[in-house]
Ligand binder design. Structure first.
Ligand code: CAA
Length: 259
């Protein structure tokens, strides 16, 4: 792949994989090829039974500075409609394993939207988030107005999308956009620790828990609580539930197999 680097296993841990966006000269601008490669890489990791959690990152200067403006400047609406990138983009939502965005530097426009597509965001303290599309005469088009509003509320989302201004990692933390802020230099280590902790949990329960949390954004409270309860019942069909509870009672560490 030209625009993506996959490290699996990551830090010698066969349950954790790292996917790095790799177009540093253009601050990881999200070209169609990059999105295609990213989706291909994520599906390979999804299909690899050893992988239990995935880290998605960029470099020190940028997670991603948005969709590739050079690729879209002359596009017509029909070019946009027919562009395969949106079909690929949607498929990121089909990954059942947890994806953690590790963000240093800029996460702007499509880059911020990509980070928000992940299950949680860990930010280095120099990270900057924003939806600057308004500054270049357009609007977010890959979930920015919707996911940002759900994450930080209407008034703050309006402020960010209407001004196009960026916010710091600390601000993003205070507003609930990110799970935590860590020193930029230790971002990957801290994110790895989190990914490894998740990878040690029962994989079936992790997938179901991810689905349930996501339903909070998509369904009424009654329906999503019903969904949650059925997912909880379903864990009792797994060997890992028996292993987890027996290990607790026997005062030993569980050994989860993902079934
Ligand atoms: N697309 C294409 N190229 C980009 C890019 C992008 N989104 N962001 C940066 N680059 C390129 C620059 O053109 C520049 O290339 P050259 O060296 O060939 O000139 C290179 O990356 C480095 O960028 P800068 O020189 O601008 O770096 P800087 O440190 O001075 O500024 C920045 C950094 C503030 C992030 C600035 O690059 C910037 O504002 N980028 C654009 C951000 C943006 O508007 N993103 C939204 C895109 S639209 C979108 O994402 C739509 C959607 O939601 C679907």
């Amino acid at each position: 792949m030209e625009n993506i680097i996959v490290e699996y296993p990551y830090m010698d841990n066969e349950h954790v994989a790292l996917v790095r966006l790799n177009r540093p000269k253009v601050l990881n601008a999200l070209s169609t090829d990059l999105i295609k490669e990213l989706v291909q890489a994520l599906f390979e990791l999804e299909d690899n039974p050893k992988v239990r959690s995935i880290i998605l990152t960029g470099n020190d200067k940028a997670f991603a500075a948005g969709a590739d403006i050079a690729q879209m400047v002359e596009a017509s609406p029909i070019d946009q409609l027919n562009n395969e990138r949106y079909r690929y983009w949607q498929q990121i939502g089909l990954i059942s394993k947890p994806i953690i965005a590790a963000v240093n530097g800029y996460a702007l426009g499509g880059g911020c939207e990509l980070a928000m597509m992940c299950d949680l965001i860990v930010a280095g303290d120099s990270a900057k988030f924003g939806q600057p599309e308004i500054k270049i005469g357009t609007t977010p088009g890959a979930g920015g107005t919707q996911r940002l509003t759900r994450a930080i509320g209407k008034s703050k989302a309006m402020m960010l999308t209407l001004t196009g201004e960026m916010i710091s990692a600390r601000q993003a933390d205070e507003w609930g956009l990110v799970a935590k802020v860590v020193p930029a230099k230790t971002l990957l280590q801290e994110t790895y620790n989190l990914a490894n902790t998740i990878a040690q949990r029962a994989p079936v329960a992790v997938k179901l828990c991810k689905q349930s949390v996501n339903k909070a954004y998509e369904m009424s409270l009654n329906d999503s609580i019903d969904f949650e309860r059925r997912s909880y019942y379903l864990t009792f069909a797994s060997q890992d539930q028996k292993e987890g509870m027996n290990a607790f009672l026997e005062k030993r560490s569980p050994e989860y197999k993902g079934n």
